[in-house]
Design a protein around this ligand. Structure first.
Ligand code: GLP
Length: 255
């Protein structure tokens, strides 16, 4: 696991975007696992810039999003469908048919969740999964206590998560109670993980994620078991880490 502590949110976002762009340049048919929330917005801005100014080509890329609220229509401003269109898809040359966000309006949600898993497998698996982190250590909507081997399914949101997200809705009653989320087992099958966090409010969760024991009570700690995970944080989110994290050498062959 590599931990990169960046000076600022902008630096964190640039690093993440560059890592994703590198995958797309090397593999034009890359399958990207994407995330929502305020954290990855800067990464998406940078990917849009790379597309517009440097011709980064998304025409053959496929994407799968981590999660979606149950019951929100796709054009609801707080739905993750809407978020992805606004923050990324509408600004790059991706084929909308190749973008997938869980369908919170599906009539048969368990069947949809199974299908979503099958779509990921059919696409060839996720080359990279981008992750944010909740203040309680959740990833996607896998709340504390989620099975570390879980698959895509419907989850009840923690009260803390609902309160954290309440700022986006008119009042607490409007905040959805359930969400469809990729499971922790699903996420762990991605070939690479990039977990982002900024702000002091994430510092405790990041310290546990990097330095605490692996536990279902802090779902993000599972990334310690992934063979290729990078955690990128700004100074504030990294402020409770207890050890130094020197940059890992990227020179693989020394002649
Ligand atoms: C939601 C999302 C998560 C995200 C988290 C943190 O719960 N389901 O994927 O990581 O919010 O959001 P933010 O980045 O706004 O702090």
């Amino acid at each position: 696991m590599e931990v990169l502590i960046k000076e600022s949110y902008e630096e964190m976002s640039k690093q993440a975007a560059e890592m994703i762009a590198d995958i797309v340049r090397r593999k034009p048919r890359a399958v990207l696992g994407l995330a929502t929330g305020s954290t990855p917005v800067g990464t998406y801005k940078e990917l849009i810039r790379l597309h517009k100014e440097e011709g980064l080509d998304f025409s053959k890329v496929t994407t799968f999003n981590l999660d979606e609220y149950v019951g929100l229509q796709h054009d609801h401003p707080q739905s993750y469908h809407y978020f992805m269109a606004e923050n990324l898809f509408n600004h790059i040359n991706i084929n909308p048919k190749n973008t997938h966000v869980p369908d919170g309006t599906a009539k048969d949600i368990p069947a949809f969740c199974q299908t979503y898993e099958e779509w990921i497998v059919k696409a060839g698996g996720l080359d990279v999964q981008l992750l944010g982190i909740g203040g309680n250590g959740h990833i996607a909507f896998n709340e504390p206590g989620s099975s570390l081997g879980s698959r895509t399914r419907v989850k009840t949101l923690d009260e803390k998560t609902r309160q954290d997200n309440a700022r986006f809705f008119k009042n607490m009653d409007e905040v959805p109670k359930y969400a469809i989320t990729m499971g922790i087992g699903t996420i762990m099958e991605a070939r690479q993980l990039i977990l982002l966090a900024n702000k002091e409010s994430k510092a405790a969760a990041i310290a546990q994620t990097c330095e605490g024991p692996v536990t279902a009570m802090v779902p993000a700690t599972i990334v310690q078991l992934h063979p290729k995970a990078t955690i990128i944080v700004d100074k504030a989110a990294g402020s409770k880490l207890s050890r130094e994290y020197p940059a890992e050498p990227h020179i693989l062959v020394v002649s």
